[in-house]
Design a protein around this ligand. Sequence first.
Ligand code: ATP
Length: 268
Amino acid sequence: MNIEIPKDHPRAKSLRTREKLIQGLESRVVAQAGLIAHGRGEAFDYLLGERTVPAALNAIKAASALLLSAENPVISVNGNAAMLTPEAIVELAETVNAKVEVNLFYRDTSREEAIKNILKRAGAKSIYGIDSEHLASLSELGSERRKVDTKGILIADVVLVPLEDGDRTEALVKMGKKVIAIDLNPLSRTSQKASITIVDNIERAMPLLVKKVNAFRSMRRQELEEIQQDFSNAENLKRCLKMILERLTKLAIQGECLGFRETEDNEN
Ligand code: ATP
């Protein structure tokens, strides 16, 4: 930690996360643009009330069912995700038997190595997306993110993409893959294009996803399929936007900080 954050600071948690990302920048795990992307996420987190909203729980439920039904799931990891939730990524991968693949917009060997090390320290056994002999290119994309592992994302049926960009999400969906995104911005192209979008902070969402997958582990395939069929990403995103709208309207009218009054019966 570069600076000491007082425990009683009202935004201590958020400051600790920022410090973690700055450390990640220094160790080459996080790209400079990763700090900017995080700032965009933080702004949306404010609008959501910095907590996991019912629509996010609903998406986590559908995502858990999809991951458990997948033949060949892959978790696609970028620098921010590796820095913020390495343990949860590894735990989720082990629970649903998913591969962990590194995917970087700003790709170079030292970054790949730094990310590999952080995932290894968290317990990852194999890491895909790094060995150049096994990399193919998605023709739809121009950036370094077009590279996918021929034993990983290229043959995956379900890809979890925390903190993805819209173009790549769209390309993966066009290839017939089901894409689960974690993105605080319900308006991003990623959120709009993914099959299931968890509109939540990755630091809150990943542990919840691990918990839900464990809870669903012994569920029958039929039940898992029903959960997926009951989910509509478009409807769920509308719910997020409606929640933000209602919350802001109440705040604007009543001028007070409101908690969540929405009660749900189907998200757990
Ligand atoms: P798109 O290409 O999908 O329209 P974008 O241009 O905003 O989106 P990026 O620049 O890759 O895409 O931004 C990353 C996204 O990750 C942003 O939408 C931001 O809201 C989201 N994000 C950043 N930090 C977090 C976090 N900690 N948890 C969840 N989402 C986050």
